[in-house]
Design a protein around this ligand. Structure first.
Ligand SMILES: [Zn+2]
Length: 129
């Protein structure tokens, strides 16, 4: 949803492609050949994340929605819990502290992710929900 740091995006022709070297403003696009339009293929603030249609489809089909380690401040991701819940998913928050959208979660566990995520996964795998 947020792109890939080891890819580049040409703002002129919109091609995305692997890019493992430094990216300068002088770099030319290997597809359209134009210089000055290359940038990391990552989503920056105010830009719409990638694959929102696919994400919304998955949110509408999910039985379980788990949010891990987020402030819940940044949309559209901050609204995913409401969307999943609206389609009937059980919602669980695993976080250091209650997020902005904490009231949207059916269950919550607060603590360090290194402790609470493995414990949650163990509970799910053992059939305890
Ligand atoms: Zn290009």
């Amino acid at each position: 949803m947020h792109g890939e740091l080891f890819k580049a995006l040409c703002t002129f022709c919109k091609h995305r492609f692997p890019w493992n070297d430094d990216l300068s403003v002088d770099a030319s696009c290997p597809f359209c050949g134009l210089p000055g339009g290359m940038r990391p293929d990552v989503v920056w603030f105010t830009e719409m994340p990638y694959q929102m249609g696919r994400i919304n489809g998955l949110l509408s089909e999910a039985d379980l929605f788990v949010s891990i380690g987020t402030s819940g401040h940044v949309y559209p991701a901050a609204g995913f819990v409401t969307e999943a819940r609206g389609h009937g998913a059980r919602t669980v928050e695993l976080n250091l502290e209650p997020s902005e959208g904490a009231s949207e979660f059916d269950d919550a566990v607060y603590g360090p992710a290194t402790e609470i995520v493995p414990a949650f996964v163990e509970r799910i795998l053992s059939g305890q929900h």
